[in-house]
Every structure is written in C-alpha cells, then in structure tokens.
Design a protein around this ligand. Structure first.
Ligand code: CA
Ligand code: CA
Length: 156
C-alpha cells in the first residue's frame, strides 16, 4: 500500500512537473531588408526604406542603419538612422554601402546591406588632348585623301 502510494505520488509529481515547466518564450529573430540597390546622381538625397523587414512573430521592430562604406572625400551622414526611412546626401561620386540591423525587442537580425551608386560615372568623359589630337589627325588625313582623289589629272 505504501509502495503504491509512493509510485502514485511520484507519477503525479512527474506529470505535474512536466506540465508546469514554464513555456519558454518562443521568439524568432527578425529579418532585416535594407531595400533595393539604387543608382542616383551626385547631389541627390537618397531615401532608404527598411519597411521590407519582417518578424514572423509580428513583433514591432526597431531600426539601426549605418554607413559602412562611403567614397573617398565623402563626408555624408545618415539623417534619422533609427527610423524606417532614413536619408543621406550623395556628396561624391562612387558607391555607398548602408547596413540595416532590426531588433524585435529581444534579438538583433542579421545585417542586410544596400548599395547606392552614382549613376553618372567617368563613362561620359571629355576627350583628352591626345584623343583630340588623334581625331584631328584623322580628319586632316581624310581631307587630304579626298583632295588628292578628286584632283583632276593633268595629261602630259
Ligand atoms: Ca521575433
Ligand atoms: Ca540587401
């Protein structure tokens, strides 16, 4: 009888302890989305957009943006880097890499980056003196060729 009681109590204790184990908060980390890459003109204000960031639990997100790479000579800084839509001014040609980390109140997301590059690069450049010289030489040779080909031959 005593043994049965002991076993019953043990069983009940076991069942109770399993059920009373506090449910650990199941939190999934959020996922940062820094938005699509952009090509802009020098002098433009870039509008970043982190609204594509998600959290499967639906937790409200906080945003933390940072410029991790800017072109030499640039002194730009982010405006409102803890909001969903910060801005910055592209003050020099080149590539700007901006990183976004979101937090769901418990953990940080993995970082996501977005690259902003200047649309007009050195592709459209003024010809150099050498290039002007070569073009002038070709023009002169072309004119000379036309002149000599059209020159009436004098019969001797
Ligand atoms: Ca979460
Ligand atoms: Ca990205």
């Amino acid at each position: 009888m005593k043994m049965k009681m002991f076993l019953l109590m043990s069983f009940l204790f076991l069942v109770f302890s399993v059920h009373s184990t506090p449910a650990t908060a199941q939190n999934s980390p959020p996922v940062a989305n820094a938005g699509p890459d952009q090509a802009v003109l020098v002098g433009a204000t870039v509008f970043l957009n982190g609204s594509g960031s998600t959290d499967v639990d639906g937790d409200p997100l906080t945003f933390s943006w940072s410029l991790i790479s800017i072109p030499p000579g640039s002194s730009t800084t982010l405006v409102n880097p803890t909001t969903v839509n910060p801005t910055f001014v592209v003050d020099n040609p080149g590539s700007y890499v901006v990183q976004l980390i979101v937090n769901d109140g418990v953990v940080d997301s993995a970082p996501d980056t977005v690259t902003i590059s200047t649309a007009i690069s050195s592709a459209i450049s003024v010809p150099t003196m050498t290039e002007w010289g070569v073009m002038l030489l070709i023009l002169i040779l072309g004119l000379l060729a036309i002149y000599y080909l059209k020159k009436p031959r004098i019969a001797t």
